[in-house]
Design a binder for this molecule. Structure first.
Ligand SMILES: [Zn+2]
Length: 410
């Protein structure tokens, strides 16, 4: 068993389900603690390994009991650039059996195996191996940022690039090897001006420079209630909505298919929920749908709302449009011509960058000013499934590719 595989098995055995998905009612005090502090348990576990490897460890306060883990490898000389390795520490929900890692036919099974504890293990092992070598970079600072809350509201990545660090965000200053205290602002500045972030997600070891975003909108129609025996005196809000659903799934979807991105293909729309009416013998005066609109780089919520409103007007349909997410998930588009991105592509032997459908922390970091790509072992097809697994081959290759890239930096 390799060290990376051992680490991944240990991480799977430490549940870190995002507490937004776990019901607290009915849970014992111990279970509730596990649910609430799962990411912290993973962060503490990794922190102890990092300290043993001679790395510097810091925690960034994000949510109560849920800090980002920051681990740093200093270069031998003065810092000229910073590289960020940024996988998330949380997972989606799972049943108990998925916290017992199982190895079978060259695969490791368990919750988070590919999304994204596989990336955590590969990135963290690469960093620890590098720390043990004499060949650590001369001028490049490498920071591992284990982020919380990616699967829900991406609070971890948002906090990392937040403009306003209010209160005691950093629990203490780093200690430099020469004994001098490093001001926390220096670390913050290093993080926020990183030359490249590699965000860990299962991309089948493809360097990904673009992904779609996601906007959730609510559309609401209003009618007029009347007795079911005399519907002609009312106005049926469900009927109005039925026309809108048809318009979205047909006309709008066709319109979106014509707009194509070279790495991502077309934007999409999905009507996900519908709710309306109270009983068969009342003309419904109210109907609501929610839609998931996957966006391409360059599209924003305002432009999406504007084009849906224009379609409604053209069809003489009427609905109130509002957003249902606290913050939309942004699309990602990083230039593959940035020198470090080209270097990374060359280093992993990939001719052209790739695009993926799913969104992740990369877009948040990118919007915060850090050029970001997505890279990691495993396949997104196995993410969030009841039978999540990762190929051990992919895991080991991922660690080696990352290590080679980090070793090649100045
Ligand atoms: Zn993920």
């Amino acid at each position: 068993m390799t060290r990376t595989e051992k680490l991944l098995a240990e991480l799977i055995a430490l549940p870190s389900v995002n507490s937004a998905f776990t019901p607290f009612d009915g849970a014992s005090a111990r279970q509730a603690r596990l649910i609430k502090f799962g990411e912290k348990n993973v962060a503490d576990f990794l922190a102890s390994i990092a300290r043993r490897a001679g790395l510097e460890v810091e925690f960034q306060k994000v949510l109560p009991g849920r800090p980002n883990l920051i681990v740093r490898l200093l270069p031998r000389n003065k810092i000229q650039q910073t590289i960020l390795l940024a996988p998330h520490l949380d997972t989606v929900n799972a049943d108990e059996s998925q916290f017992i890692p199982r190895r079978k036919n060259g695969r490791l099974y368990g919750r988070g195996a590919c999304d994204t504890k596989g990336s955590v293990a590969a990135m963290f092992s690469a960093l620890c191996e590098l720390a043990n070598r004499k060949s650590r970079p001369k001028e490049t600072e490498i920071i591992f940022a284990g982020l919380v809350d990616e699967e829900n509201a991406q609070a971890g990545s948002r906090a990392l690039v937040a403009d306003k660090f209010t209160g005691p965000v950093w629990s203490s200053a780093f200690r430099r090897p020469d004994g001098a205290g490093d001001h926390p602002n220096r670390l913050k500045a290093g993080l926020q001006t990183a030359a490249l972030a590699i965000v860990g997600e299962p991309t089948r070891l493809q360097v990904v420079t673009a992904h779609k975003g996601s906007i959730w909108l609510e559309l609401e129609t209003r009618g007029k209630a009347a007795h079911g025996a005399t519907p002609q005196f009312g106005k049926n809000a469900i009927h109005e909505m039925a026309r809108i659903v048809d318009m979205l799934e047909m006309d709008y979807a066709v319109q979106l298919r014509r707009r194509r991105h070279p790495l991502l293909g077309a934007a999409t729309v999905n009507v996900g929920t519908i709710r309306g009416g109270t009983q068969p013998n009342i003309v419904p005066d109210h109907c609501v749908i929610t839609i998931d609109r996957r966006t391409l780089p360059g599209e924003a919520e305002t432009s999406v709302r504007r084009e849906i409103a224009a379609l409604l007007r053209a069809k003489r349909l009427s609905a109130k449009i509002s957003s249902t997410k606290l913050a939309p998930c942004l699309p990602l588009e990083t230039s593959p011509n940035l020198p470090l991105v080209r270097h990374f592509l060359r280093s992993v032997g990939q001719a052209r960058p790739a695009g993926v459908d799913f969104f992740c922390d990369a877009a948040v970091l990118s919007r915060g000013g850090i050029p970001s790509v997505v890279f990691g072992p495993g396949d997104i097809a196995q993410a969030h499934t009841a039978d999540e697994w990762i190929s051990l081959d992919s895991l080991e290759r991922g660690k080696n590719l990352l290590l080679n890239f980090l070793k090649s930096l100045p």
